[in-house]
Design a protein around this ligand. Sequence first.
Ligand code: SF4
Ligand code: MG
Length: 325
Amino acid sequence: MSDLLEVRNLKKYFPIKGGFFRHTVGHLKAVDDVSFSIPKGHTFGLVGESGCGKSTLGRAILRLHEPTGGEIHLDGTDISRLNSRELVAHRREMQIIFQDPYASLSPRRTVMQTLLEPMEIHGIGNPASRKEKVLELLDIVGMRPNVLHRYPHEFSGGQRQRIGIARALTLDPKFIVADEAVSALDVSVQSQVLNLIARLQRELGISFLFISHDLAVVQHISHEIGVMYLGKLVEVASSTDLYRKPLHPYTKALLSAIPVPDPDSKTRRTILQGDVPSPLNPPSGCPFRTRCPEAMDICARSMPALKTVGEGNNGLPHQVACHLY
Ligand code: SF4
Ligand code: MG
């Protein structure tokens, strides 16, 4: 299976300023040496607690944040090496959907204007073909043509997210980052929008990086899942394998925090101890060791590398960064 996206050793460090002259006194390693790939038409779920670097990773891949190091190959082009002019030509291939479409939809533009704008900016088609495309997009996201002249405030959160998705599709992207795209929605609306994204991924063959703090949300929509902790990927596996046989103690704790439908279930719950350490001052060795119920001596001395420990039933490797394996 060919990869649409391949991220190699990606880093995004933010300088920390201090002292009288506001000089750089250190770095916040928001994304620290992250490597993974997404096959064409697959959804890669990225989970972890807030502040673990998920959004920064998503933005660094799109170069909305300038990466500190590493490579980003999208369909054969190393995005990280492009200058700003070359990057413009590739912008249309990669889009982002935000948690709050309100923030990305202009309150003064109608749905029609919002959906036409990206095509006008990129000089795609003519007025008639652009209008036809807008109607097609509305149909794809399940909205009627009578919404075209309405403004964002006239819609519910779920409808606004459909408009945000339609806008992300105007330029026929190959890759979409969905950053907490359903987190602000009611549970029933969440599943409608998730179904829509799953259908787009299947029918249009788009690859998604689906970011969420909620493992239960990414489970059904993702082919593969990456678990992130303090700027690092600590486990990557197919969705099935990650749920059936999680390996990393952090993944196990996240999974056991998902409410079980059967209240009499004997499933043992691992309660996560303490808070996430400050990324300004991460622990030595394994970043998870201050909260890990299985920490050993070696965990304080050496950082475990992400390594393949097996192959899942669908041929996707199971990778984990932990000294237990
Ligand atoms: Fe826990 Fe050690 Fe594994 Fe880190 S490396 S998750 S501290 S057992
Ligand atoms: Mg975020």
